[in-house]
Design a protein around this ligand. Structure first.
Ligand code: AMP
Length: 190
């Protein structure tokens, strides 16, 4: 059983890499953003509750996220591992994650963060915004999203660094090249 957390700023290709890792190692990819978006599009009670919060780009409450993750763990008791993508996002979520995993005799084994130069990220996100016709994604908005990411992620990095579980990986280059670096890190830790 291996539990991997993947961090990465918007535009770093975290989702793509998470899917590839889960596929290669036979683990379950859990994207809380995907789970929440599915709830919203199905119009479930949970979806209705979180719709406006998500649309505003704010974080959904820790309680709801923890509830979601509890049911993910309960519903996937026999998987070999998890790749967590988008969770935890707050210190409280990280502590609750430890508690939940401990209950199942598990722990976080490794935290990998994709490191991409800020200027490179802004360029990538601007190109993506242009391709998708998202005129609202201006340089200023993009920069703000990156500031938000660092603001929320830094305490989590400190938390996992203290536990000796944190490792940064170069997130610049081709998808396969980055995937090779991530795989190498996982294999050395496994
Ligand atoms: P993402 O696709 O990971 O960027 O998530 C999309 C949106 O879902 C976020 O902007 C939040 O509103 C919500 N969300 C996803 N994961 C979390 C989390 N761990 N804690 C709080 N909100 C979350």
């Amino acid at each position: 059983m291996f539990n991997l957390i993947l961090f990465g700023p918007p535009g770093a290709g975290k989702g793509t890499q998470a899917v590839k890792i889960a596929d290669k190692f036979g683990w379950k990819h859990v994207s809380t953003g995907d789970i929440l978006r599915a709830e919203v599009s199905q119009g479930t009670p949970l979806g209705l509750k979180v719709k406006s919060v998500m649309e505003a780009g704010h974080l959904v409450s820790d309680d709801l996220l923890i509830e979601i993750m509890e049911s993910v763990f309960v519903g996937n008791k026999h998987v070999n591992g998890f790749v967590l993508d988008g969770f935890p996002r707050t210190l409280n979520q990280a502590q609750e994650l430890d508690r939940m995993l401990l209950k199942h005799n598990r722990k976080v084994n490794l935290v990998l963060a994709l490191k991409v130069d800020e200027k490179e990220l802004v360029t990538r996100l601007l190109i993506r915004a242009q391709e998708q016709g998202r005129k609202d994604d201006t340089e200023e908005v993009i920069k703000n999203r990156l500031v938000q990411y660092h603001h929320h992620t830094q305490p989590l990095i400190d938390y996992y660094q203290e536990k000796g579980l944190f490792k940064e990986v170069k997130g610049v280059g081709g998808i396969d090249e980055i995937f090779t670096s991530l795989s190498r890190e996982i294999e050395t830790w496994k």
